[in-house]
Design a protein around this ligand. Sequence first.
Ligand SMILES: [Zn+2]
Length: 603
Amino acid sequence: MSEIKQLPTRDEVDPEMTWDLTPIYSSIADFNTDFESLKAQLPAISELTGTLHQGPRAVETAVRTILDSMRELEKLYVYASLRHDQDTADAANQALLNRAQTLATSFSEVASWFEPELMALPEDQLNQWLNDDETLQKYRHYLRAILTQRVHVLSAGEEKLLASAGDALNASSNTFSMLNDADLEFPVVMDDDGHSVQLSQGIYDQLIQSTKPEVRKMAFQQLYRVYGQFSHTLAATLSGNVKTHNFQATAHHFTNAREAALFANHIPESVFDSLVDSVNEHLPLLHRYVALRKQLLGVKELHMYDLYTPIMGEPALSYTYQQAQQMALKALSVLGDDYIQTVQTAFNSRWIDVVENKGKRSGAYSSGMYDTAPYMLLNWQDNLENLFTLVHEMGHSMHSFYTTHNQPYQYGDYPIFVAEIASTTNENLLTDYLLNETSDPKVKAFILNHYLDGFKGTVFRQTQFAEFEHLIHQQDAAGQPLTADYLNQQYLALNKRYYGDAVISDDEIKLEWSRIPHFYYNYYVYQYATGFAAANTLANGIVTGKPGAREAYLGFLKAGSSDYPIEVMKQAGVDMTATNYLDQAFKVFEQRLIEFEKLAKTL
Ligand SMILES: [Zn+2]
């Protein structure tokens, strides 16, 4: 391991490299003024209880009052959490965040009457108000989205009973987190430099990418040895969690857990089925890539622990933050002047907290709300991965910027189903730019490998997870006990089908299901795959100059939650209920695979 480097403290960082939060609140005193004012407004929300039946004006008053308070609350919350993340050890920031959290709980309590009361109104009456009354028109989609849930809401008494069982129903998931995050102890293994290192989930992710086969193998075997010791317990926690999903779905009159989970964003189940069908049809492409990997790594046998090491060796590419900014501007210029001007503003107006400091939250994200800039947190390092992170987070922030500047507050955000589309479209645009920009075949091969690995990890792997998740929910509903043996057997078979004959499905991999936290998220992972594939297709349309592609894409960025995500995507030119967009994404994957195959022969 490298020597421990001394990070600067927060006040030692050059202010130009930090985000400027003063446009939100110029001082804590300003925060406090808004905080007290919102607190004083909350009782007014409770007082509106029981008024909705009075007519459209009463409904409008209630919606407006609740949304106004929510908007102020979000501003307080975003400010407190950004301050907290810049230095998590700062006690004053921690206190701000705690106060914002407490206020959020109070808000939820005083506003909890609204949705049940709205749903209890006679349907015909409410439809008539929505059609006739102009003041309600601007909330039309917002209110309808709540009303469509009506058929799946039980009586007040039943909902209360279910809510009170919440902790018990979530016990399996909590047990998994405790075991996985806190109690499991992993042995000491060897790192790249031959030093002993205590294995953990985070260290495993690094070591499995090592360019040294013996390092990867040891990490893989030792990690799974530990999971193997707890396989029956982990099968019980996963089974318990699946049973909770199936129970909740049946209780709320859904035909199955998948329908229930997708219903929240109005996603038809055909989106999920199209993804699984299309990925399975294109598995030969993955097999081809895996075979190429085996050939290029020059190994007699390719193992599961050889799938994450970069084929082209360690990245030799280095960029300063300033160079990365210039490259991002060039790569994204295909999106037009308007887009680029705002990216410039992001750089020049300090929307980005760039460098690492003591106590700063790790990783990277984009965050903000309707009345603030879409801020970005980075922990900058001079390498290719960070250049990709910069354009990725910029994609989220630009999505937020266009949405908040083109939609009213009630539609000024976007659901998770589309969130990763804007960020990965930018990554795809960067890939295309870098491939055109460089004449060095080694660099080109490295970029292609980066793209192919990203596609493998997001489209193929997440669909593999989605397929497994769906299988175990169906099997549980059909009465099949989800024992460790059953899960191992099913997972191993699935893994063999996905990766094909070129790789040895090492016995340990049958346990992979036992360590994936996403299997506790309830039909979440498929969205990574659909989002990446849609982004691939959108970016390809933009860079190849497909007529109308750029405008349609910008239209998508501006749409926010003004319609259901499937409809918003249709406007952008992607019908996610069909397989066409997936076919196009696989075509790009195949083209780049061919390019990589050719290039690799010359190196
Ligand atoms: Zn993202």
